[in-house]
Design a binder for this molecule. Sequence first.
Ligand code: CP
Length: 311
Amino acid sequence: MTSLSSNHLLGIRDLTPEDIHLIFETADNFKSIINRPIKKVPSLRDITIANLFFENSTRTRVSFELAEKRLSADVVNFSSSSSSVSKGETLIDTVKNILSMKVDMIVMRHPAPGACTFLSRHIDAQIVNAGDGTHEHPTQALLDAYSMREKFGDLTNKKIVIVGDILHSRVALSNIYCLKKLGAHVKVCGPPTLIPKHIGALGVEVEYDLNRALEWCDVANMLRIQLERQEIKYFPSLREYSMQYGLTLDRLENLNKEIVIMHPGPINRGVEITSDVADSEHSIILNQVENGVAIRMAVLYLLAAQGDSNA
Ligand code: CP
């Protein structure tokens, strides 16, 4: 297989396992290129990409911009706070105006779940979802699974627990879709109030006890509590959350095995994970960030090739 089955990257739900493997193999090539002294390739020369960020971001935004520049694309960055969106312009009008300036591809982060899918029905350009509200964050899931693949090779039957605020997490949903498509076993762990009621329908199990979840898993992916998306209190206090669900060195040392620790960032040190764990040899958090550039290069490259074949 040499091309993706989809013209956009709106979510992992739309990808086939073959798509995911193709993205990984393409990322392998780009990872070796970006570790060379000359990190740039001309693959997307004459392609213009607009990064539209309607919500804050550090990793995803910088990573997409670096990926685009390393592929020699022309890049424009847009942030909603300094734009005419604050004067009442609609999303479709904003994007149509940007596209009329001969932009070829859109990377968009938006607080509304489904915003990228909605936009894809109204514009001709290809869209990459850089995180849409509580829905999906596909490139995060791809870089997470790619980082696990670097550790283990094949992910078939590997055991991954996703810990924390599953209810508000686009990272959790995209990870579940991605890991299940790759044949891994997935559990989610957190307070009952932060686990969606029907999550079992996605083929995952629920574990409310963090120590038992850690005993079971090969990888623990620790998520941030998304206080900015919580309108009510889901647990008594951050201190109590941390006592029940925070990953500490003590908990790790009480296991009779080594596990891999991941976190998509941004980290709330001392809440879901202590600094000594986040910075320990068990943690691959910065490898995840490094791999994000190669994964995003692969996604953009494959979508651009798809666009050429549709032209
Ligand atoms: N992981 C992630 O999406 O981080 P940012 O919000 O900083 O992009």
